[in-house]
Design a binder for this molecule. Structure first.
Ligand SMILES: [Fe+2]
Ligand SMILES: [Fe+2]
Length: 185
């Protein structure tokens, strides 16, 4: 498997950790648990920066442009993936909006729980479909070694757009921190 494809599949492992946090947080909110709103803020930060800016950035700016040109079926898959990215961004935006209201005194427990749950379902569906797409790209040997290297160079630019290596490491630490919170147990 090419490194450029493997890299995105590896990101999906992290994205699914964020999904598990969102799902757990949603379940606990529905149960009426007290979760610090600052913790939900951190969930929104890792979604915005790791999933949207960093991971979707690599897909949209580097991997998809190199694969969608191969054939019409790939182009159609990529078109759907990009629409799904937009859907995910909207769900995250709605969650943030209700969280902000909640912080200003309007009870946002139900909508925040609902959008976190929707986000978790979205991640499962979307990353599952993309993983099958990535496997197909590899099985069909659709990428050359040269294209793989070019995509990897693009990833470096995407990483800088998302705040650089130090910021990505910080986001990974935040994900681990969330996993260790009391309400996650
Ligand atoms: Fe994606
Ligand atoms: Fe993805």
């Amino acid at each position: 498997m090419h490194v450029s494809t493997q890299d995105l599949k590896q990101d999906h492992v992290t994205v699914r950790r964020i999904r598990d946090i969102a799902q757990r947080c949603s379940d606990r909110l529905y149960e009426g648990a007290n979760i610090p709103l600052e913790d939900i803020d951190v969930i929104s930060v890792v979604i915005e920066e790791f999933v949207d800016a960093f991971h979707h950035g690599k897909e949209e700016k580097a991997y998809f442009p190199s694969t969608e040109i191969k054939n019409d079926a790939y182009a159609e898959d990529v078109r759907k993936f990009k629409i799904e990215h937009e859907f995910g961004r909207r769900v995250a935006q709605m969650m943030r909006r209700h969280l902000k209201e909640w912080k200003s005194g309007v009870d946002g427990r139900e909508p925040v729980a609902r959008f976190l749950k929707t986000y978790a379902i979205y991640v499962t569906d979307h990353t599952g479909k993309e993983d099958r797409f990535f496997d197909m790209i590899e099985e069909m040997k659709s990428l050359s070694d040269k294209e793989d290297r070019q995509i990897l160079e693009h990833y470096e630019m995407c990483k800088n757009d998302a705040g650089g290596s130090a910021r990505i490491e910080e986001l990974l630490r935040l994900i681990a921190w969330l996993e260790g919170r009391d309400w996650m147990k």
